[in-house]
Design a protein around this ligand. Sequence first.
Ligand code: CA
Length: 477
Amino acid sequence: MQKKVFCLIILLGSISLWSQVGHNLSKKNTSRSATDKPNFILIVADDLGFGDVGFNGSTEIKTPNIDNLAYSGVRFPQGYVSSAVCSPSRAGLLTGINQVEFGQDNNLSSNQPGFDPEFLGMPVTQKTIADRLKPLGYVSGIIGKWHLGYKPQFHPLKRGFDEFWGYLGGSHDYFKSTPKGSGHTAPIQCNYKTPSPITYITDDKGNECVDFIKRHQAEPFFLYAAFNAPHAPMQATKEDLELYKNIKDKKRRTYAAMIHRLDVNIGKIVKTLDKYGLKDNTLIVFISDNGGPCDVNASINAPYRGQKGILLEGGIHVPYILNWPKTLESGKVYDHPVSSLDLAPTFVKLAGGEIKKEDHFDGVNLFPYITGKDTSLPHQELKWHFTISAAIREGNWKLISLPDRLPLLYYLPTDVSEQNDVSLKNIEKTKELLKKLGDWEVRLPHPVFLEGPNWRKRQLSLYDKEYQLTQPVNNKP
Ligand code: CA
């Protein structure tokens, strides 16, 4: 009898043990049923010049970690953003829809007379990548800059993100954040812990990204790493400035140092993926939200003319990398025009979602094109509208329409820097593109908010400035 009871206890114990193991296994399987769902890390630099990363030919600024993403990933020498300034560009980036299609034409600043401040942000009718990934089983976090509205209805936690560490404005001091601060010194908001005082904000953001990956390693995640480097204010650490003491111009030296710190923190993120064995299952994207504002941060968009705020290539043509060595051919160069608008549909499709007609994406899933399954082009044309300016790229032609001059037409293969306006020599092409652009512009909705009128005048003057179209020489670190 005693023996039977003993056996029964052993048997029950075994069942309990196995059911526990089974439970753990099934729990693991549930969260990682998911393993086939890739993680997404969208790393956005702010106001980075096209020519200021090693892989785009910088002779002055070293970016080994970003270059490593480029060379072990797929790089897109013809990568564009949908606007030449921060806020509308980010609206396009996060929705996959050209933001002017929903009225977010202008940069986000103070409310203008006659406009309803309740609409001063990315329209709440629009879905972000985070909104779209949520029903597909993803946890989403944004670390850094939001710049898509201050009112509660625009808050990132209302726009699909589960976690937010950052600030709502368009720029931030690198060393200082105060509980009652505003503007550049606004407090850091965080919904999952009490944020510590910032040290150097690029490092703090990098550390928060590392922490996010660590905490969410067992589930599919989307991390929007919204760095503000190298956006003004121009502030770098002494240690990083020392690395670039060979650069005489103080602003340019500070800019280089800020990019160095960005690069170091990108390295930290990649190392964390390695540490937790997530590299094979994570798509990393690196992009800048617009071209470098040469006058503000001493950036160089070489070989492109123009800068942040205008539709010459220097304002909208950005470093663009997709890195996922397990799935995408390392070192591949995909040399056809692609857009930041392509990222949202690409992520949705990779996450197991469907791209539906009613989503009205302007972007496309890039994977069939990169992998060669689809040999046609992702875009027959790309169009931009920004306050008083508009542009269209169709094939090798690009036309820019401005209020104070005849339209500008450039043939990009032989005029990468847009120095030779050939509109009068190609009247038929000019008319054709102007018509396409105009037909599009007149059917766009009115902007939901405006920026101050002073920006329009400034914009025109930026088309007439001289730009540095080649890399600096004799400045080796
Ligand atoms: Ca920007």
